[in-house]
Design a protein around this ligand. Structure first.
Ligand SMILES: Nc1nc2c(c(=O)[nH]1)N[C@H]1C(S)=C(S)[C@@H](COP(=O)(O)O)O[C@H]1N2
Ligand SMILES: [Mo]
Length: 414
Protein backbone atom coordinates (compact mmCIF):
# COMPACT_ATOMS: atom_id res chain seq x y z
CA UNK A 1 0.00 0.00 0.00
CA UNK A 2 1.31 3.47 -0.84
CA UNK A 3 1.13 6.22 1.77
CA UNK A 4 -1.91 7.73 0.05
CA UNK A 5 -3.72 4.40 -0.09
CA UNK A 6 -2.91 3.84 3.55
CA UNK A 7 -4.23 7.30 4.37
CA UNK A 8 -7.42 6.65 2.39
CA UNK A 9 -7.86 3.29 4.05
CA UNK A 10 -7.49 4.89 7.47
CA UNK A 11 -9.93 7.64 6.52
CA UNK A 12 -12.42 5.08 5.36
CA UNK A 13 -12.17 3.10 8.58
CA UNK A 14 -12.85 6.30 10.52
CA UNK A 15 -15.78 7.06 8.24
CA UNK A 16 -17.12 3.54 8.60
CA UNK A 17 -17.87 3.97 12.27
CA UNK A 18 -19.53 7.33 11.65
CA UNK A 19 -21.65 5.75 8.92
CA UNK A 20 -22.98 3.11 11.23
CA UNK A 21 -24.78 5.73 13.32
CA UNK A 22 -26.55 7.26 10.35
CA UNK A 23 -29.60 5.24 9.37
CA UNK A 24 -30.06 7.07 6.07
CA UNK A 25 -26.50 6.61 5.00
CA UNK A 26 -26.14 3.01 6.08
CA UNK A 27 -29.31 1.99 4.25
CA UNK A 28 -27.95 3.76 1.15
CA UNK A 29 -24.71 1.88 1.59
CA UNK A 30 -26.34 -1.44 0.92
CA UNK A 31 -27.04 -0.20 -2.60
CA UNK A 32 -23.48 -0.33 -3.81
CA UNK A 33 -20.71 -2.78 -4.12
CA UNK A 34 -17.38 -2.90 -2.43
CA UNK A 35 -14.13 -2.18 -4.17
CA UNK A 36 -11.14 -4.47 -3.76
CA UNK A 37 -10.00 -2.22 -0.92
CA UNK A 38 -13.26 -2.81 0.95
CA UNK A 39 -14.53 0.75 0.42
CA UNK A 40 -18.04 1.30 -0.93
CA UNK A 41 -18.34 2.33 -4.57
CA UNK A 42 -19.70 5.84 -5.24
CA UNK A 43 -23.17 4.55 -6.10
CA UNK A 44 -23.20 2.95 -2.67
CA UNK A 45 -23.84 6.28 -1.00
CA UNK A 46 -24.90 8.53 -3.88
CA UNK A 47 -27.51 6.74 -5.93
CA UNK A 48 -26.87 6.99 -9.67
CA UNK A 49 -23.14 7.78 -9.55
CA UNK A 50 -20.78 5.70 -11.66
CA UNK A 51 -19.08 2.85 -9.79
CA UNK A 52 -15.75 3.81 -11.28
CA UNK A 53 -15.51 7.19 -9.52
CA UNK A 54 -12.79 7.61 -6.90
CA UNK A 55 -14.19 7.65 -3.37
CA UNK A 56 -12.35 10.01 -1.03
CA UNK A 57 -14.96 10.33 1.68
CA UNK A 58 -18.08 8.23 1.86
CA UNK A 59 -19.38 9.98 4.96
CA UNK A 60 -20.24 13.40 3.55
CA UNK A 61 -19.73 12.57 -0.11
CA UNK A 62 -16.42 13.50 -1.72
CA UNK A 63 -15.92 11.69 -4.98
CA UNK A 64 -13.61 12.37 -7.89
CA UNK A 65 -13.85 11.64 -11.60
CA UNK A 66 -10.82 9.65 -12.81
CA UNK A 67 -9.09 11.34 -15.75
CA UNK A 68 -9.89 8.38 -18.00
CA UNK A 69 -13.62 9.13 -17.55
CA UNK A 70 -13.34 12.91 -17.32
CA UNK A 71 -11.83 13.11 -20.80
CA UNK A 72 -14.54 11.04 -22.48
CA UNK A 73 -17.27 13.65 -22.83
CA UNK A 74 -17.38 17.35 -23.73
CA UNK A 75 -20.16 17.88 -21.21
CA UNK A 76 -19.61 15.91 -18.02
CA UNK A 77 -22.68 13.74 -17.38
CA UNK A 78 -24.22 13.75 -13.91
CA UNK A 79 -23.21 10.11 -13.35
CA UNK A 80 -19.55 11.11 -13.68
CA UNK A 81 -19.48 14.59 -12.15
CA UNK A 82 -17.44 14.94 -8.92
CA UNK A 83 -19.20 15.65 -5.65
CA UNK A 84 -18.00 17.76 -2.76
CA UNK A 85 -20.30 18.03 0.22
CA UNK A 86 -19.07 19.84 3.30
CA UNK A 87 -22.25 18.86 5.08
CA UNK A 88 -24.96 16.39 4.19
CA UNK A 89 -28.54 17.09 3.29
CA UNK A 90 -29.52 13.40 3.59
CA UNK A 91 -32.36 13.37 1.06
CA UNK A 92 -29.99 14.65 -1.65
CA UNK A 93 -27.69 11.63 -1.92
CA UNK A 94 -28.87 10.85 -5.44
CA UNK A 95 -28.36 12.06 -9.02
CA UNK A 96 -32.13 12.15 -9.49
CA UNK A 97 -33.40 15.58 -10.59
CA UNK A 98 -34.92 17.65 -7.78
CA UNK A 99 -38.56 18.73 -8.06
CA UNK A 100 -39.01 22.48 -7.59
CA UNK A 101 -42.13 21.87 -5.48
CA UNK A 102 -42.65 24.63 -2.91
CA UNK A 103 -38.94 25.48 -2.60
CA UNK A 104 -38.47 29.09 -1.50
CA UNK A 105 -35.53 31.36 -0.90
CA UNK A 106 -35.11 34.71 0.77
CA UNK A 107 -33.63 37.99 -0.32
CA UNK A 108 -32.45 39.81 2.81
CA UNK A 109 -30.07 42.44 4.15
CA UNK A 110 -29.37 45.81 2.55
CA UNK A 111 -32.51 45.97 0.41
CA UNK A 112 -35.56 48.26 0.45
CA UNK A 113 -37.40 45.30 2.04
CA UNK A 114 -36.82 41.55 2.45
CA UNK A 115 -38.62 39.19 0.10
CA UNK A 116 -39.42 35.51 -0.20
CA UNK A 117 -39.25 34.09 -3.72
CA UNK A 118 -40.82 30.82 -4.87
CA UNK A 119 -38.37 28.86 -7.00
CA UNK A 120 -41.29 27.76 -9.20
CA UNK A 121 -41.81 31.41 -10.18
CA UNK A 122 -38.30 31.59 -11.59
CA UNK A 123 -39.34 29.34 -14.45
CA UNK A 124 -41.65 32.12 -15.70
CA UNK A 125 -38.75 34.56 -16.23
CA UNK A 126 -36.32 34.57 -19.19
CA UNK A 127 -33.83 31.70 -18.91
CA UNK A 128 -30.17 31.66 -19.75
CA UNK A 129 -27.90 28.65 -20.23
CA UNK A 130 -24.16 28.84 -19.53
CA UNK A 131 -21.63 26.11 -20.16
CA UNK A 132 -18.94 26.34 -17.51
CA UNK A 133 -16.18 24.60 -15.64
CA UNK A 134 -17.37 23.53 -12.21
CA UNK A 135 -14.14 23.13 -10.28
CA UNK A 136 -13.49 22.74 -6.57
CA UNK A 137 -10.78 25.13 -5.41
CA UNK A 138 -9.06 22.05 -3.96
CA UNK A 139 -8.72 20.48 -7.42
CA UNK A 140 -5.10 19.53 -8.05
CA UNK A 141 -4.26 19.81 -4.35
CA UNK A 142 -2.30 16.55 -4.62
CA UNK A 143 0.31 18.40 -6.70
CA UNK A 144 1.44 20.49 -3.73
CA UNK A 145 2.89 17.30 -2.27
CA UNK A 146 5.84 17.86 -4.65
CA UNK A 147 6.99 20.29 -1.94
CA UNK A 148 4.90 19.93 1.22
CA UNK A 149 1.67 17.94 1.18
CA UNK A 150 -1.35 20.20 1.69
CA UNK A 151 -4.10 19.25 4.13
CA UNK A 152 -7.34 17.85 2.80
CA UNK A 153 -8.55 15.41 0.18
CA UNK A 154 -5.74 14.76 -2.30
CA UNK A 155 -7.74 15.64 -5.43
CA UNK A 156 -5.91 15.16 -8.71
CA UNK A 157 -7.63 16.43 -11.89
CA UNK A 158 -11.10 15.17 -11.24
CA UNK A 159 -12.64 17.62 -8.78
CA UNK A 160 -14.00 19.36 -11.84
CA UNK A 161 -16.29 18.90 -14.77
CA UNK A 162 -17.67 20.88 -17.70
CA UNK A 163 -21.42 21.37 -17.29
CA UNK A 164 -24.26 23.57 -18.53
CA UNK A 165 -26.38 25.35 -15.94
CA UNK A 166 -29.60 27.08 -16.87
CA UNK A 167 -31.76 29.50 -14.95
CA UNK A 168 -32.61 33.13 -14.38
CA UNK A 169 -29.99 35.79 -14.01
CA UNK A 170 -30.07 37.21 -10.50
CA UNK A 171 -30.18 40.70 -12.07
CA UNK A 172 -33.25 39.74 -14.10
CA UNK A 173 -35.08 38.61 -10.96
CA UNK A 174 -34.13 41.72 -8.97
CA UNK A 175 -35.28 43.99 -11.81
CA UNK A 176 -38.49 42.01 -12.19
CA UNK A 177 -39.26 42.37 -8.47
CA UNK A 178 -38.22 46.05 -8.42
CA UNK A 179 -35.68 45.39 -5.68
CA UNK A 180 -33.64 48.39 -4.57
CA UNK A 181 -30.20 47.48 -3.29
CA UNK A 182 -28.75 49.96 -0.82
CA UNK A 183 -25.52 51.60 -2.00
CA UNK A 184 -23.47 50.22 0.93
CA UNK A 185 -24.05 46.65 -0.24
CA UNK A 186 -20.86 45.18 -1.76
CA UNK A 187 -21.27 41.44 -1.24
CA UNK A 188 -23.92 38.75 -1.26
CA UNK A 189 -23.70 35.95 1.31
CA UNK A 190 -25.36 32.78 0.03
CA UNK A 191 -26.79 30.14 2.36
CA UNK A 192 -27.95 26.63 1.55
CA UNK A 193 -30.52 24.39 3.20
CA UNK A 194 -27.95 21.87 4.43
CA UNK A 195 -26.75 22.14 8.01
CA UNK A 196 -23.56 21.18 9.84
CA UNK A 197 -23.02 17.57 10.88
CA UNK A 198 -22.37 18.61 14.48
CA UNK A 199 -24.41 21.26 16.24
CA UNK A 200 -22.17 24.18 17.09
CA UNK A 201 -20.19 23.89 13.86
CA UNK A 202 -20.47 26.80 11.42
CA UNK A 203 -23.08 26.36 8.70
CA UNK A 204 -21.57 26.37 5.17
CA UNK A 205 -21.97 29.70 3.41
CA UNK A 206 -19.97 32.03 1.18
CA UNK A 207 -19.93 35.64 0.14
CA UNK A 208 -19.46 36.61 -3.46
CA UNK A 209 -18.86 40.07 -4.93
CA UNK A 210 -22.12 41.93 -5.57
CA UNK A 211 -20.74 43.38 -8.82
CA UNK A 212 -19.92 39.89 -10.18
CA UNK A 213 -23.27 38.55 -8.99
CA UNK A 214 -25.16 41.32 -10.82
CA UNK A 215 -23.00 40.80 -13.88
CA UNK A 216 -23.31 37.05 -14.21
CA UNK A 217 -24.82 35.02 -11.34
CA UNK A 218 -27.62 32.68 -12.25
CA UNK A 219 -30.33 31.18 -10.07
CA UNK A 220 -30.06 27.78 -11.69
CA UNK A 221 -32.82 25.17 -11.83
CA UNK A 222 -31.31 23.03 -14.61
CA UNK A 223 -28.04 21.26 -15.27
CA UNK A 224 -27.15 19.58 -18.58
CA UNK A 225 -30.71 20.02 -19.84
CA UNK A 226 -32.60 18.58 -16.88
CA UNK A 227 -33.61 19.48 -13.36
CA UNK A 228 -30.43 19.87 -11.27
CA UNK A 229 -29.60 16.53 -9.66
CA UNK A 230 -30.33 16.63 -5.95
CA UNK A 231 -26.71 15.93 -5.03
CA UNK A 232 -25.57 18.86 -7.20
CA UNK A 233 -27.75 21.38 -5.41
CA UNK A 234 -31.20 20.91 -6.93
CA UNK A 235 -33.72 22.29 -7.06
CA UNK A 236 -31.93 25.65 -6.78
CA UNK A 237 -28.26 26.55 -6.95
CA UNK A 238 -26.49 29.88 -7.14
CA UNK A 239 -24.07 29.74 -10.05
CA UNK A 240 -21.47 32.42 -10.68
CA UNK A 241 -19.67 31.42 -13.90
CA UNK A 242 -15.89 31.78 -13.60
CA UNK A 243 -15.92 31.33 -9.82
CA UNK A 244 -14.64 28.18 -8.10
CA UNK A 245 -17.41 25.64 -7.47
CA UNK A 246 -16.93 26.19 -3.76
CA UNK A 247 -18.74 29.52 -4.13
CA UNK A 248 -21.65 27.98 -6.03
CA UNK A 249 -23.92 27.30 -3.07
CA UNK A 250 -26.18 24.27 -3.43
CA UNK A 251 -29.78 24.04 -2.15
CA UNK A 252 -29.98 27.84 -2.08
CA UNK A 253 -32.15 29.15 0.76
CA UNK A 254 -31.11 32.76 1.32
CA UNK A 255 -29.13 35.62 -0.21
CA UNK A 256 -28.02 38.35 2.20
CA UNK A 257 -26.94 41.66 0.66
CA UNK A 258 -24.17 43.01 2.88
CA UNK A 259 -21.52 45.72 3.17
CA UNK A 260 -18.84 43.22 4.29
CA UNK A 261 -17.83 39.67 3.48
CA UNK A 262 -19.34 37.01 5.73
CA UNK A 263 -17.43 36.27 8.92
CA UNK A 264 -18.55 32.61 8.71
CA UNK A 265 -15.77 30.07 9.39
CA UNK A 266 -16.03 28.49 5.91
CA UNK A 267 -15.57 31.90 4.31
CA UNK A 268 -12.84 33.32 6.56
CA UNK A 269 -10.95 30.36 8.00
CA UNK A 270 -11.18 28.25 4.85
CA UNK A 271 -11.36 28.63 1.07
CA UNK A 272 -8.93 31.52 0.86
CA UNK A 273 -5.37 31.94 -0.42
CA UNK A 274 -2.68 34.22 1.05
CA UNK A 275 -2.26 37.61 -0.64
CA UNK A 276 1.53 37.31 -0.31
CA UNK A 277 3.38 34.09 -1.18
CA UNK A 278 4.35 31.92 1.78
CA UNK A 279 7.02 29.22 1.95
CA UNK A 280 5.75 25.64 1.56
CA UNK A 281 5.12 24.20 5.00
CA UNK A 282 4.53 27.57 6.71
CA UNK A 283 1.72 28.08 9.15
CA UNK A 284 -0.96 30.45 7.92
CA UNK A 285 -4.25 31.49 9.47
CA UNK A 286 -6.44 33.26 6.96
CA UNK A 287 -8.27 36.45 7.84
CA UNK A 288 -10.37 38.80 5.69
CA UNK A 289 -7.31 41.08 5.46
CA UNK A 290 -4.41 38.72 4.71
CA UNK A 291 -6.08 36.53 2.09
CA UNK A 292 -8.55 36.43 -0.75
CA UNK A 293 -11.52 34.09 -1.17
CA UNK A 294 -11.51 31.34 -3.82
CA UNK A 295 -13.58 33.49 -6.18
CA UNK A 296 -12.32 33.80 -9.77
CA UNK A 297 -10.65 30.63 -11.02
CA UNK A 298 -6.98 30.82 -11.90
CA UNK A 299 -6.10 30.04 -15.49
CA UNK A 300 -5.36 26.35 -15.98
CA UNK A 301 -4.89 23.57 -18.48
CA UNK A 302 -5.14 19.81 -18.17
CA UNK A 303 -3.52 17.18 -20.35
CA UNK A 304 -6.15 14.54 -21.18
CA UNK A 305 -3.93 12.43 -23.43
CA UNK A 306 -1.54 10.75 -23.33
CA UNK A 307 -1.97 9.54 -19.78
CA UNK A 308 0.79 9.45 -17.19
CA UNK A 309 2.99 6.40 -17.85
CA UNK A 310 1.33 5.59 -21.18
CA UNK A 311 3.38 3.85 -23.89
CA UNK A 312 3.30 5.94 -27.06
CA UNK A 313 4.81 5.65 -30.52
CA UNK A 314 7.58 8.09 -31.44
CA UNK A 315 6.23 8.97 -34.89
CA UNK A 316 3.12 10.74 -33.74
CA UNK A 317 1.97 11.48 -30.24
CA UNK A 318 -1.46 13.05 -30.12
CA UNK A 319 -1.42 15.41 -27.16
CA UNK A 320 -4.79 16.81 -26.14
CA UNK A 321 -6.52 18.43 -23.25
CA UNK A 322 -8.57 21.38 -22.13
CA UNK A 323 -7.90 24.86 -20.79
CA UNK A 324 -10.02 27.38 -18.92
CA UNK A 325 -9.85 30.51 -16.79
CA UNK A 326 -12.36 32.77 -15.04
CA UNK A 327 -13.93 33.76 -18.35
CA UNK A 328 -13.11 37.46 -17.88
CA UNK A 329 -10.30 37.51 -20.47
CA UNK A 330 -9.83 35.56 -23.68
CA UNK A 331 -7.55 32.53 -23.52
CA UNK A 332 -4.92 33.50 -26.07
CA UNK A 333 -3.00 30.26 -26.36
CA UNK A 334 -2.17 26.90 -24.91
CA UNK A 335 1.42 25.80 -25.29
CA UNK A 336 3.24 22.55 -24.71
CA UNK A 337 6.88 21.90 -23.98
CA UNK A 338 8.80 18.66 -24.35
CA UNK A 339 12.12 20.05 -23.12
CA UNK A 340 11.31 20.90 -19.54
CA UNK A 341 9.97 24.37 -20.32
CA UNK A 342 12.90 25.79 -22.36
CA UNK A 343 10.81 26.06 -25.50
CA UNK A 344 7.08 26.03 -26.08
CA UNK A 345 4.87 25.47 -29.10
CA UNK A 346 1.28 26.44 -29.59
CA UNK A 347 -1.43 23.84 -29.85
CA UNK A 348 -4.63 24.05 -31.90
CA UNK A 349 -7.13 25.66 -29.58
CA UNK A 350 -10.91 25.42 -29.94
CA UNK A 351 -12.98 28.33 -28.77
CA UNK A 352 -16.26 27.28 -27.18
CA UNK A 353 -19.29 29.57 -27.33
CA UNK A 354 -19.11 30.20 -23.61
CA UNK A 355 -15.93 31.84 -22.28
CA UNK A 356 -16.45 29.90 -19.03
CA UNK A 357 -16.38 26.44 -20.66
CA UNK A 358 -13.50 24.03 -21.28
CA UNK A 359 -11.45 25.04 -24.31
CA UNK A 360 -10.40 21.76 -25.98
CA UNK A 361 -6.95 21.69 -27.61
CA UNK A 362 -4.73 19.22 -29.44
CA UNK A 363 -1.38 18.86 -31.18
CA UNK A 364 0.44 15.93 -32.79
CA UNK A 365 4.13 15.85 -31.88
CA UNK A 366 7.11 13.66 -32.56
CA UNK A 367 9.15 12.61 -29.57
CA UNK A 368 12.57 11.00 -29.12
CA UNK A 369 12.63 7.49 -27.67
CA UNK A 370 12.67 6.91 -23.94
CA UNK A 371 10.96 8.54 -21.01
CA UNK A 372 9.62 11.97 -22.02
CA UNK A 373 7.75 14.63 -20.08
CA UNK A 374 5.13 16.81 -21.75
CA UNK A 375 4.19 20.11 -20.11
CA UNK A 376 1.14 22.26 -20.87
CA UNK A 377 0.23 25.82 -19.94
CA UNK A 378 -2.42 28.31 -20.97
CA UNK A 379 -2.08 32.08 -21.28
CA UNK A 380 -4.84 34.67 -21.51
CA UNK A 381 -5.24 38.19 -22.86
CA UNK A 382 -4.36 39.65 -19.46
CA UNK A 383 -1.03 37.82 -19.63
CA UNK A 384 -2.10 35.44 -16.89
CA UNK A 385 -0.49 32.03 -17.19
CA UNK A 386 0.51 28.98 -15.19
CA UNK A 387 3.72 28.83 -13.16
CA UNK A 388 6.26 26.13 -14.04
CA UNK A 389 6.52 25.47 -10.31
CA UNK A 390 2.94 25.51 -9.02
CA UNK A 391 4.20 25.31 -5.45
CA UNK A 392 5.05 29.03 -5.52
CA UNK A 393 1.36 29.39 -4.64
CA UNK A 394 1.63 26.89 -1.77
CA UNK A 395 -0.91 27.32 1.03
CA UNK A 396 -1.70 24.95 3.91
CA UNK A 397 -5.03 23.75 2.51
CA UNK A 398 -3.71 23.55 -1.04
CA UNK A 399 -6.28 25.78 -2.72
CA UNK A 400 -6.21 27.03 -6.29
CA UNK A 401 -3.37 24.93 -7.73
CA UNK A 402 -2.65 26.12 -11.26
CA UNK A 403 0.87 24.95 -11.97
CA UNK A 404 1.86 23.81 -15.46
CA UNK A 405 0.36 20.36 -16.06
CA UNK A 406 2.71 17.50 -16.83
CA UNK A 407 2.71 13.86 -17.94
CA UNK A 408 5.63 11.52 -18.38
CA UNK A 409 5.26 8.91 -21.10
CA UNK A 410 7.32 6.05 -22.49
CA UNK A 411 8.13 6.57 -26.16
CA UNK A 412 8.95 3.46 -28.18
CA UNK A 413 10.25 2.99 -31.71
CA UNK A 414 7.07 1.60 -33.32
N1 LIG B 1 -24.93 24.18 0.34
C1 LIG B 1 -23.70 23.76 0.00
N2 LIG B 1 -23.17 24.21 -1.15
C2 LIG B 1 -21.93 23.80 -1.53
C3 LIG B 1 -21.17 22.93 -0.71
C4 LIG B 1 -21.76 22.47 0.49
O1 LIG B 1 -21.18 21.70 1.26
N3 LIG B 1 -23.03 22.91 0.81
N4 LIG B 1 -19.88 22.57 -1.10
C5 LIG B 1 -19.21 23.49 -2.04
C6 LIG B 1 -17.97 22.99 -2.60
S1 LIG B 1 -16.59 23.12 -1.63
C7 LIG B 1 -17.88 22.54 -3.89
S2 LIG B 1 -16.39 22.15 -4.59
C8 LIG B 1 -19.07 22.41 -4.73
C9 LIG B 1 -19.18 20.98 -5.27
O2 LIG B 1 -20.23 20.90 -6.17
P1 LIG B 1 -20.81 19.49 -6.60
O3 LIG B 1 -20.97 18.64 -5.37
O4 LIG B 1 -22.10 19.77 -7.30
O5 LIG B 1 -19.81 18.88 -7.53
O6 LIG B 1 -20.26 22.75 -4.03
C10 LIG B 1 -20.13 23.87 -3.19
N5 LIG B 1 -21.43 24.25 -2.71
MO1 LIG C 1 -14.74 22.71 -2.97
Amino acid sequence: MTAIELHQRRRFLQQGSALAVSATLSSQLSLGEETSKGTPTADGFIRGKDKRLIVHNAKVGEIETPLTLLREKGLTPKELLFVRNNQVLPETLTTEGAEVGDWQFELAGLLDKPRTVRAADLAKLPQEEVELVLQCSGNGRANFAKTVKAEGVQWKHGAMGNVAFKGVRLKTLLDHLGVNIEPEAKFIAAEGKDSPAKSGDADFEHSIRLADALDRSILALNMNGEAIPKVHGGPLRLITPGYYATMNVKWLSRLRFEAQESTNHHHVGRYRTPLKPIAPGSKFTSTLENSEPNWNMRIKSAIFAPLEGEKVSAKKVEVRGVAWNDGTAKIEAVEISTDGGSSWRQVELQRPKSPYAWHPWRLAVELPKGSQTILARAVDALGRSQPLDGSIAWNPAGYAWNGVDSVTVVVDSA
